[in-house]
Design a protein around this ligand. Sequence first.
Ligand SMILES: [Fe+2]
Ligand SMILES: [Fe+2]
Length: 166
Amino acid sequence: MRLSASMQKELNDQIRKEFGACYLYLSMAAYFAEKNLNGFARWMRMQAMEEAKHAMKIFDFVEDRGGRVTLDGIDKPPPDFPSPLAVFEHARDHETKVSSGIHQLYEMAAAERDYATQAMLQWFITEQVEEEKTSSQIVDTLRMIAENTSGLYMFDKELGSRRSSE
Ligand SMILES: [Fe+2]
Ligand SMILES: [Fe+2]
C-alpha cells in the first residue's frame, strides 16, 4: 500500500519540523558556547544531531513507501535566550508540541488504516516520552539551582558527560 497523498504531505511536514528542531537546538548550543557553558552546549549539539536522525528516519520511510520527499523551508530559531533556564523551558515546550503533532499524525494514519505508518510512528511516540521527561527534569534541576553559580557549574559538567544514545 502506497502512502496516501495527504499522509505524504504530513510526513514531509514532519521532516521539516524535525530539521527545525535540529536548527533550534543548534541555536541553543551556540548560545551556551558563547556563555562558556560547554557541557550544556555539547548536550544541545547531541540533541540537534538526534533531531536530524529523526528527520532522516521519516525521510527514509517516505521513500520506502514509494512516496516522494519534498523539502520545505525550516523555521528560523531564536538567536538568543534570556537564561539557561529559559532555554530548557523552551526546549521542553517544544518537545510537548512535537508530541501532540506526532499524536495527530498517528490519528490520521489510524483513520486511513495505514498500519505501516502507525508502526513507524510508534517509535516516535515512545521517543517523545523520553524527550519530554529529559527536558522537564533539566528544567526542574535548573529551577532548584536558581542563582547558585557553583550549582550551575556542576550541572554543566554533568550534562557535558552525555553520551550519544543512538
Ligand atoms: Fe524529534
Ligand atoms: Fe526532540
